[in-house]
Design a binder for this molecule. Sequence first.
Ligand code: SAM
Length: 232
Amino acid sequence: MDNRYDDAIDTVLAEDFKRYMQRYKKIYQRLAKKVAMNLSTSSEKPVIVDLGTGPGLLLKELHDQIPTAQIIGVDSSENMLMIAHKNINDLHCSDCFVTHARAEQLPFGDNSIDCIVSRLSLSSWEKPQQTFVEIFRVLKPGGRVLIEDLNRGFPAWKLSIRKVLMSLKTAKKDVITYHSEYYARAFSLAEAEQAFIKIGFTIVKKEGKKTGWNFLVIAEKPLTACKILQVL
Ligand SMILES: C[S@@+](CC[C@H](N)C(=O)[O-])C[C@H]1O[C@@H](n2cnc3c(N)ncnc32)[C@H](O)[C@@H]1O
């Protein structure tokens, strides 16, 4: 079944989203730094997946900060991926790729990925529970996942102000609508944390206030994980 949210991403929205988010380079730099700090496996060439990479703005920052890594952007939207593909071509990185896949069915082997990072994609996943199981399956034992997302606890009145600010910062109407619809189905930090724990992850760190605009959860697949996956 197709995800109706992916269908909403036409070429215009994909381009408008990229244009708007390009001004927030620091968001991506900060997240890439956190990924670098959470490479807990000892691979010389870590494999890092950006799940729901969109236009691939994080891929460049990951490559800049972790040049030895193989970096793979995954997205279910062809229109977003076309932009991400162009962006990684500009990097001239022979170990950076993008691939078309759904979060619910990742095209990677068991225990093959060192780190998965995902920014503002969780709330679009058609089957979040299934995706958490997939993330668990493909991560190496000791591998970590970082999820940064919008927080459902962000008050409606603040969201209204944010919409005005976005339009003042020249966000197009389609981007503002995409953002608002995303908030409407967002997780809270506690829900995201519970989803990880249910699958067998260990929570390493969580950031974000109950009524803040976003949250970050960092979780680890335990070294004894194979046993846990078998009983699911
Ligand atoms: C709000 S955008 C965020 C893009 C990027 N992470 C960023 O922060 O710039 C969400 C992205 O998640 C992707 N996405 C949504 N559901 C997905 C799924 N089930 N599998 C893979 N990607 C998905 C969308 O196509 C979209 O590109």
